[in-house]
Design a protein around this ligand. Sequence first.
Ligand SMILES: [Zn+2]
Length: 380
Amino acid sequence: MAPIDLSNVPLADNHCHGIYQTQAPADLTAWRRLFTESSDPGMQSTHVATTLFYLRLIREMATFFECEPTEEAVLAARQQHDDQSLVSKFLQAANFEVLFVDKGYPPPELLLSDTMVSDLANCRVAPILRVELLMQRLIAENGTLSAVVEALRTALNDVRGQGYVALKSIVAYRTGLDIRTWDIDDIEEAFAMARREVQEWGSIRLAHKPLLDTLLHVTFAEAARQQLPVQFHTGYGDTDADMLLANPLHLRAVLERREYRAMPVVLLHESYPYTQQGAYLATVYENVYFDLSYGIPYLGYHEMLEFTRAALSVAPFSKLLYSSDAVGVPEIHWISALNGRNILGQVLGECVTHGDLRSTEAEKAGVAVLHDNAMRLYKS
Ligand SMILES: [Zn+2]
């Protein structure tokens, strides 16, 4: 079962985050914490170091630095580099053509600028606008619901003109993917509550379901008009997310709306553990695309193989998009690139062995998932 060699395909990482200016972690826990979504102290300090994802990362980093395959040796070798050369070394080794960057997290003051990342990685950076942050700002700035709706329409009037290639929503983290339409009384009540929070705290965390759902419908109408892709966090995340409501099948009400069909929908993080359900949606709705993230959710090799097999077996490969979902340190962008190319190559090799694909088709599928599909979808 010979794997398909994808090692030279330049990557379009369709969902990742910014990179910290300061790379040296304060201590061992600060480093390990980068590789878990848990906020529990014992998870961050101890248990994360026994995940397969972490242990593989340490071993691969040891090969990269040509040092002993231990955590101590790898971190010591990492410390030898200044921040920018470390970032540059890993990102260039991963060979990106474009990084599609969610600008909503982490806070920009901690991060390298897009221009800097672009220079260090020798690739393009294409920004993505996180809509909940925009909504929160507009609610803080406007005293009436109709003023917020109008301000949101104006802000989203020409998203590409502002330099963004897509929108991203984290509604799965806030109130769930079952986005509904609400009576005006419910919306006004939620808005009044949000405004009271603004007056008390100066800002809000938008988790008022009737209000957030309503503003998302405004967003979808604008996205559909501009044929602009919207990425949705689905599945796996920190405990902020109620995982039951992060199942992408909850998007049915949105996906069924004819007027939104011009809006491409990208289901992030292979909807893990709802991979088959998410991939299924990409087979029945023309506008649904499915993201295969090899960084977060921090899985071992076997489970990465499984989700890749499931996605390729269920959905057309024209709907699948590679990503890392990497945050903060360049090692996650890099290890995801390594794992993603290898695993996809292995699974496509299996498809040839089992007679699903001819080897030329398998190569084409590999390039499509790692590069071509994202370039076409985001018009980059
Ligand atoms: Zn993300």
